[in-house]
Design a protein around this ligand. Sequence first.
Ligand SMILES: [Zn+2]
Length: 169
Amino acid sequence: MKKSIECPFQKVFPSQLEKGDLFFMQLAYNEAVNAWTRDEVPVGAVIAMGEEVVASAFNETRTQSDPSAHAEMIAITMAAKSVGDWRLNDCRLYVTKEPCPMCAGATVMSRLGEVHFAVDDPKMGALGGATSLHELPFSNHKPKVFRQTMELECREMLQAFFKLQRKST
Ligand SMILES: [Zn+2]
């Protein structure tokens, strides 16, 4: 069994005064910390509708032994249940890393209005990194994509996680 590594990153305490993009990305960052403390790759996701959080999740691939248990997938299912509609046009997804093809596909299928991600992923990112599923020419839903909120913090956490993992094997 692999030894687990304690998360060296602290949760942040976002100010409730201004519920802008930074506020929701900070909540996603905290979910990434939750993922790390469970030995998961630290990716967190939050879905907001107006100023309200309708879903909040972290990567659970290992915990659930499920390759589809990415933070975004869990959050999208949760948001649809919470809103009572599979169409999430009025919602915004905040995620600490650029969605992979599966999750980016789910943002299109769920008609998410906006996707905000922190760290881009030139290898597997599907919202501009490796490919652009939000810009399929014949798709009738194109989520608006925003990047780089809290990029440094989220990148630092991911890099530290993989570095420590490599050391522990
Ligand atoms: Zn994914």
